[in-house]
Write a protein that binds this ligand. Structure first.
Ligand SMILES: [Fe+2]
Ligand SMILES: [Fe+2]
Length: 291
């Protein structure tokens, strides 16, 4: 139990899996001052996202959420049939009703141990620029993916309306977020929270490297060195670990699927401590690379 709270993070709760829903039902802060960063992929169905965020918002002093790709899917059996930007906007409305901080809100400042620190939740999507070796276009990369049988479900469920494509939506999101970060106090250290890893290197561990095209954008490759960043929090890859890139700490905090956790171990069922930083350490691995 800490006196002044801890900044915690988790992602990829995927509560469509009963085991994961039970983990969220049991998830509690150690201190009433704890904050929780939720870096996307809470669930696919709107009612599941609502349940999880409302449970967490009741327990933690502050909850900060960014969408993953799964929240943005429009499943045929979901009563909420909204697509693309309209679906995202509805999720923002939900968060506002619960007091959850989103990428559309002013960036909050963590004043607990390890602070002050600006917390910047980002929704940036991906744009197919993490291309496989020897490939120069999105179309080639997609063709290769179809040939190998590793195709992200986003291709069928994540609609970009009213944008013509997901990369156009990504372009708009990245440009807006870049402007906001440029306008922030450069002297105030930051934690960037995004569903995707901001740099490509962490995707090198994927069991299926072809999947990297759905994992981020080259446009954010220098954000961790440009904007006075103390830590980057992300998920999506389901490879929970701590790595350093140009001296900046990157925390992949995914809970992932039950079958993956049987490889990683039960300790990963808890949110990761982001602040205060637990101190110098070598790269920490929590499991095997999986999709
Ligand atoms: Fe996920
Ligand atoms: Fe994801």
């Amino acid at each position: 139990m800490t006196a002044d709270g801890t900044l915690l993070a988790i992602s990829d709760l995927h509560i469509g899996h009963q085991e994961n829903r039970e983990i969220v039902a049991r998830m509690r802060p150690d201190s009433p001052q704890d904050w929780l960063l939720v870096a996307g992929d809470v669930a696919e169905r709107f009612c599941d996202v609502e349940w999880a965020l409302s449970v967490l918002a009741e327990r933690f002093a502050t909850v900060v959420w960014v969408p993953g790709n799964h929240e943005l899917w429009t499943l045929p059996d979901d009563p909420v049939t909204l697509r693309g930007v309209a679906r995202y906007d509805r999720l923002i409305e939900l968060c506002r009703s619960l007091g959850v901080v989103t990428p559309e809100d002013p960036y909050p400042i963590w004043h607990g141990p390890g602070g002050p620190m600006l917390i910047a939740p980002l929704f940036l999507l991906y744009d197919y620029t993490f291309l496989p070796a020897g490939v120069t276009t999105k179309q080639e990369a997609l063709t290769l993916a179809h040939e190998t049988g590793v195709v992200c479900t986003d291709e069928f469920m994540l609609h970009a309306d009213p944008y013509p494509c997901r990369e156009a939506w990504c372009e708009s999101r990245v440009s807006a977020a870049e402007q906001r970060l440029q306008a922030c106090d450069p002297a105030l250290p930051k934690v960037l929270v995004n569903h995707y890893p901001l740099v490509r290197t962490p995707t090198r561990i994927l069991r299926y490297p072809i999947f990297a095209q759905w994992c981020g954008t080259e446009r954010t490759a220098d954000w961790h060195t440009r904007f006075g960043v103390a830590a980057v929090v992300y998920g999506h890859l389901h490879v929970p670990r701590t790595t350093w890139h140009d001296g900046v700490r990157f925390e992949e905090v995914s809970l992932g699927y039950p079958r993956e956790r049987r490889v990683y171990g039960a300790a990963l069922s808890r949110p990761r401590q982001i602040l205060p930083d637990i101190g110098p350490r070598t790269e920490m691995w929590f499991g095997m690379g999986r999709l």
